[in-house]
Design a protein around this ligand. Structure first.
Ligand code: ASP
Length: 291
């Protein structure tokens, strides 16, 4: 029996510069459209989430790939992960330098190594061994991010952040999730957030896929993505599951957070506790874009 395919994409729930607010919904719409094309052509949910995240990694407006935020030493270190719900295979990379598409690298970890997560220099060397082009810092750093870093580091703040993510359900009713980020602005070198941690920033099982955004340390403390899947086990309602997980975070750890979810029936859901998460959902109900 075939299921109506569905995809949800988010562009991060962090604070954003006024200048980019208006353009971000168009970015997530493009990414969701690309992923939905994959699903409509009979592609897997894994291929769809990877394709959608790649679009956002290329757009400098979003904190992932090109346009990632700078760490305390003015450099980019990115995190990403991907998970296939039907098989529970997962791959992730943390603190990677000079790679435009960390989500592709995460998938390569999943498909060509016995591991789930590669970090730092080892991940970068793995990328080279796999033929990923190693870019110069200036190929990924954009002016707006350098200006943001100058402003934030003098205030010694680490509260600005962003991420991109996608969840999808394919014609077979298989779900997958992918998430990619530059993390928190002015973070310590080596800092790793929730994004590459399976069950924290990303989760997919036979029934539900989840991608999170927000203050990584708080999301890790809640294992937020897995918490949403746990909530889904009792309600079988993706929206209620996301909201219940978010309510638990609000009550326990607080911090910015947002989630997107899709279940194996292609029912889409999202929720957030900040005003800043652009989302696009495409399903049999049509296309919904929220700024
Ligand atoms: N969760 C990401 C991190 O902490 C940031 C974000 O989603 O805004 O690295």
């Amino acid at each position: 029996m075939s299921v109506a395919p569905a995809i949800v994409v988010h562009g991060g729930c962090g604070r954003i510069e006024a200048a980019t607010v208006a353009e971000r919904p168009e970015g997530v719409r493009q990414a969701a459209a690309r992923g939905f094309e994959v699903l409509r052509a009979g592609g897997t949910s894994l291929d769809a989430v990877e394709a959608a995240v790649e679009v956002l990694e290329e757009l400098p407006l979003f904190n992932a790939g090109r346009g990632s935020v700078l760490n305390a030493e003015g450099e980019i270190e990115t995190d990403a992960s991907i998970m296939d719900g039907a098989t529970r295979r997962a791959g992730a990379v943390a603190c990677v330098r000079g790679i435009l598409h960390p989500v592709q690298l995460a998938r390569r970890v999943m498909e060509t190594t016995p591991h789930v997560l590669l970090a730092g220099e080892g991940a970068t060397r793995f990328a080279q061994s796999q033929g990923f082009p190693r870019l110069r810092p200036e190929d990924l750093i954009v002016d707006a991010r350098r200006a943001q870093w100058e402003r934030v580091r003098t205030a010694e703040s680490q509260s600005e952040h962003g991420t991109v993510g996608a969840v999808a359900c394919d014609l077979q009713g298989h779900v997958a999730a992918a998430t990619s980020t530059g993390g928190m602005v002015n973070k310590l070198p080596g800092r790793t957030g929730d994004t590459p941690l399976i069950g924290c920033g990303t989760w997919a099982d036979a029934r539900l896929a989840v991608s999170c955004t927000g203050h990584g340390e708080q999301i890790i403390r809640m294992t937020l993505a897995r918490l949403a899947a746990f909530q889904y086990e009792s309600s079988s309602d993706a929206q209620r599951a996301g909201e219940a997980a978010l309510a638990e975070l609000n009550a326990t750890a607080a911090g910015d957070a947002g989630l997107i979810l899709v279940d194996r029936q292609g029912r889409v859901a999202f929720c957030k506790n900040t005003p800043n998460m652009p989302v696009c959902a495409i399903s049999h109900q049509g296309t919904l874009v929220q700024a």
